[in-house]
Design a binder for this molecule. Structure first.
Ligand code: FES
Ligand code: MG
Length: 593
């Protein structure tokens, strides 16, 4: 370590602002304004690491709001280790509150974080994560700037309960809306039922996108072991905040950077962990995006290469029964990683924020509670990861195998002559409004062997890509006990949904992808054996339709929508702002690292 005799670290980039005798005028200007809330010159100029706390909590972001309190303990940890904390806000991303969709803002929060980390005197950063897009946005920003960074998640809410049964975020909505559609509950009961799933501070308590992405941040090595699953209100959450603050200071002294941790091996580990967790179908998108900003060669090919053979170990909703609180008490991510390491599925040598490897971190970790975290030899389901589909309508789409239940398999995938093959008639919707307007129309012609297709819901089309593909069948079918039909679309679906949909279809209809050419009544063949989805049409018909296709006129409602649409890539490539992926390791480019 390049320390002065007084223990100060000479290499800190913050010294260019706060301690540069060659440019006293600028140094004075930089220093004076940070004094006006009580910091001293000794603190700013003493060669101590300046640690940013990237604050994602606010009243507009209730899932992350308790980070406002946790930051106190992060500050304590930073100070205890000899650093100086400087907290700053991140553009709010609230999954359920932001219109048209929170996905639009992931890249906006990413951009603003890059500007802050690059443009201010920050030597290392604590990323406060939680709600779905906050985790990838923070990791993408830290990847681009590549300064020492550590994730502190806010943790899931406590387990919710409804009429004596566990009530999980989001998942209860999908259950409740069926009961509502069937007329079994009224509006008041529906509201109470859904509110029961949110009993405390914290993010969604199901294995939805929030808990999945925070678990994968841990699997990547970017948070302290055990961080992801600690419920928001538990005392351990505050203790984890303290330890995280303490650790980032040492990471700065060690110059341990995201590029040392988020390697190809780490992303491999995350894919395997995702399958074992039954993680959200949004994870492939976000992980590909983080990897691209890190400059790591990681794509959907890696999800297909590593994921499908991995067993589902974690019994959490929507793929299973339990919620985050129980998952934490059962051992959380370390217990899952231990099973995977012992089964030879992980790169044990991958580096983590602790300064130790994955395998070293797992030494001495006890077995999980077998009710919620299964042994690898006795999983919940064999071969349960994502499969990546392709065909004559699109280049890629993902399907989450872990949520295919027996009823769905028996109904659609169990033909004795063609197991795992389904053929049905497409019913095409132009977006969620069109779906809601027409799904109950008896003339729509939905049959027991139909495929519900939704388009114009991708990054450009929506804009931002909407979580709408998990369409439910009409009420008349629900009443007959048909709870799900195969669905497909160029949007996404909530990670809390248990629907085995064909999702994230890329390229999307709005940019001329094959879904734009589909018509209601076309026959679609889904073959899980070959991972193909094809529309069955006479030769030349698709080409003729393509020749007649006209690019839709898209109306932007805000300046950001226009900028976003002009730069965003497809979901299969992470839905990144494409020009931003060219800015790798930007401090090194400036000779600052
Ligand atoms: Fe914010 Fe689920 S809505 S975590
Ligand atoms: Mg969501």
């Amino acid at each position: 370590m390049a320390h002065d005799d007084d223990g100060s670290d000479k290499r800190l980039r913050s010294r260019r602002w706060f301690d540069n005798p060659h440019d006293p005028a600028m140094t004075a200007l930089y220093v004076e304004r940070y004094l006006n809330f009580g910091l001293t010159r000794e603190e700013l100029q003493g060669g101590k690491p300046i640690i940013g706390i990237a604050q994602t909590g606010s009243d507009l972001s209730p899932c992350n709001r308790h980070h406002l309190d946790l930051a106190t303990r992060v500050r304590d940890g930073i100070r205890a280790a000899g650093g100086i904390p400087l907290e700053f806000p991140i553009h709010p991303i609230q999954e359920t509150g932001k219109r048209p969709t929170a996905a639009l803002d992931r890249n906006l929060a990413y951009l603003s974080l890059v500007e802050v980390l690059h443009g201010y005197p920050i030597d290392g950063v604590v990323l406060t994560t939680g709600c779905d897009k906050t985790t990838p946005a923070c990791l993408m920003g830290a990847a681009t700037v590549n300064i020492p960074a550590i994730v502190l998640s806010g943790g899931p809410m406590l387990d919710g309960w409804w009429q004596g049964k566990l009530s999980g975020s989001g998942t209860i909505v999908w259950e409740g809306r069926k009961l509502y559609a069937e007329g079994k509950i009224n509006y008041e009961e529906f509201m109470k039922m859904v509110a029961s799933s949110a009993p405390s501070v914290g993010h969604c308590n199901t294995m939805g996108t929030a808990l999945s992405m925070n678990s994968l941040a841990e699997a990547l090595g970017m948070s302290l072991p055990g961080c992801a699953a600690i419920p928001g209100p538990y005392r351990e959450r505050g203790q984890m905040a303290f330890e995280t603050g303490r650790r980032i200071v040492d990471m700065v002294h060690e110059n341990l950077r995201p590029s040392d941790i988020m390697t190809k091996q780490a992303f491999d580990n995350a894919v395997v962990a995702a399958a074992a967790l039954g993680a959200s179908s949004n994870c492939p998108i976000h992980m590909v995006a983080i990897a691209r900003h890190m400059g790591v060669d990681h794509s959907l090919d890696d999800w297909q290469r590593l994921g499908p053979d991995v067993a589902l170990l974690v019994d959490c909703q929507p793929a299973g029964r339990f919620l985050g609180e129980r998952f934490h008490r059962g051992g959380g991510v370390p217990a899952v990683m231990k099973e995977l390491l012992q089964a030879g599925k992980l790169h044990g040598g991958a580096m983590t924020v602790t300064g130790k490897t994955v395998a070293e971190n797992l030494e001495g970790v006890p077995d999980g509670d077998r009710e919620v975290i299964r042994a690898y030899a006795r999983p919940m389901k064999e071969a349960a990861g994502y499969v990546v589909m392709s065909g004559n309508l699109f280049d890629n789409a993902v399907m989450k195998i872990s949520v295919i239940d027996k009823e769905f398999r028996d109904r659609f995938l169990s033909s004795p002559d063609h197991p795992n093959v389904f053929e049905g008639k497409a019913i095409v919707f132009e977006g969620p409004e069109d779906y809601h307007a027409r799904i109950e129309d008896p003339d729509l012609g939905v049959e027991d062997q139909s495929v519900l297709v939704i388009r114009n819901c991708g990054p450009v089309g929506y804009p931002g890509s909407a979580e709408v593909v998990n369409m439910q069948p009409p009420a008349s079918m629900l009443k007959r006990g048909i709870n799900a039909l195969p669905t497909m679309g160029d949007g996404r679906q909530s990670g809390t949904s248990g629907s085995p949909s064909i999702l994230n279809v890329s390229p999307e209809a709005a940019v001329g992808g094959g879904l734009a050419l589909l018509k209601t009544g076309d026959r679609i063949r889904i073959d899980l054996n070959t991972r193909k989805v094809d529309v069955l049409l006479p030769p030349g018909e698709l080409d003729a339709r393509r020749a007649a296709w006209k690019k839709p006129e898209l109306q932007n409602l805000t300046p950001w929508e226009e900028i976003y649409r002009s730069m965003v890539g497809q979901l299969g490539h992470g839905g990144c702002l494409e020009p931003a992926t060219l800015y790798l390791n930007i401090l090194e480019t400036r000779g600052e690292s």
